[in-house]
Design a protein around this ligand. Sequence first.
Ligand code: RFL
Ligand code: PHB
Length: 389
Amino acid sequence: MRTRVAIIGSGPAGLLVGSILTRAGIDNVIIERRSRDYVLGRIRAGVLEDATVQLLLSLGAGTRMMREGLPHHGFAIQFNGEALRINIDALTNGRSVMVYGQTEVTRDLMDLRADSGAETVFEAENVTLHDFDRGRPYVTWQKDGFARRIECDFVAGCDGYHGVSRASVPAAAIRTFERAYPFGWLGVLADVPPCDPELIYAAHSRGFALCSMRSARRSRYYIQCAADEDVNHWSDQQFWDELRRRLDAKAAANVVMGPSIEKSVAPLRSFVAEPLRFGKLFLAGDAAHIVPPTGAKGLNLAARDAQQLANAIVEFYLQRSTRGIDTYSQSALERIWKVERFSWAMTTMLHRFEHFSPFEQRMQEAEFRQLQTSEAARRVLAESYVGVE
Ligand code: RFL
Ligand code: PHB
């Protein structure tokens, strides 16, 4: 087999690279380790920046999102029971975000791909990258007991944090920057109406809590937990009780409890790999970087990377220019580090850190007071939340 671009991974990054290339008439194949149902069963992000919304619309994958997604014009920060609304609309000249689940984005992009006839290999075992640093790359894997091989011009490494792409790069060629936070998020999805029409990010002495949603009838809640928390130690009732303790009285009273339909623990991490290009291999999305979810940025960063990388590859084939692929790594990293800073700052302001001294706790409170009293500070936050270019 041969294709122009082999894309490793069928998450949002891989699917977006694939659909931009397919739209430009550039042949590509996605090679995914899991089954389609497994990929569609993962519950992850919920908030799309307006640039991500525009990208999905421009690709023809936005119809259901425009029908079912919830535009949000503000969100709340609570700090030990005091509430502050961040009016995104007023602070960013009318911009907004869209609440629409990553699961749905993935499904819409998979449907678009199926309609286009572009190929995806699911359940590919032992995916291995070869010769990407010398001229003629190829990718091998096993499927149904048979060895497979595809030759390509470029490899797009879109296989997430635990993928094979970044791991294939020789250690001397890559530098990584990392912070693992000493806690995780315990998330619950439940078919109950959200406690508030807007998202609530709550800092509390017992730990952080987040009230989010997927629709007017489906809520997504998170509470800060131990990094190695065992979900089986949490009954639904224990989760609801702990969530309500961390919210102000009004939000707590409005929480509608119900059976969880998903419950999982996610670790929190900041991570960046540099550079993002190794000969003919390019990293994009979680394969290249991780942000803690407090800023709602991971999926949006992955979408920006995918867009930038795919456009660079289109430019290579259609305009015979290497400008885009030559500048991808540096210009994407500049953007990525700004989002890393925002996600780290939100995480640091809102979580309970066991090892924080009284001084550091006062710093967290001062951050909140600054937001309360300074419109300029709120504007900076709102701009980062809707997305910096
Ligand atoms: P993905 O989605 O992990 O997809 C990678 C794909 O690659 C496959 N794969 C392989 N395929 C072939 N060979 C191999 N060796 C492979 N190894 C792995 C995997 O099976 C998978 O299908 O990465 P991608 O595409 O870069 O997308 C990134 C996003 O998924 C991620 O950043 C977001 O989910 C992060 N995130 C959030 N982002 C936001 O923008 N807004 C949010 O509100 C938000 N909330 C969240 C989040 C992530 C969370 N968790 C669970 C980490 C909330 C949570 C709880
Ligand atoms: C979510 O709905 O899953 C969600 C929303 C906002 C975040 C993180 C996750 O910051």
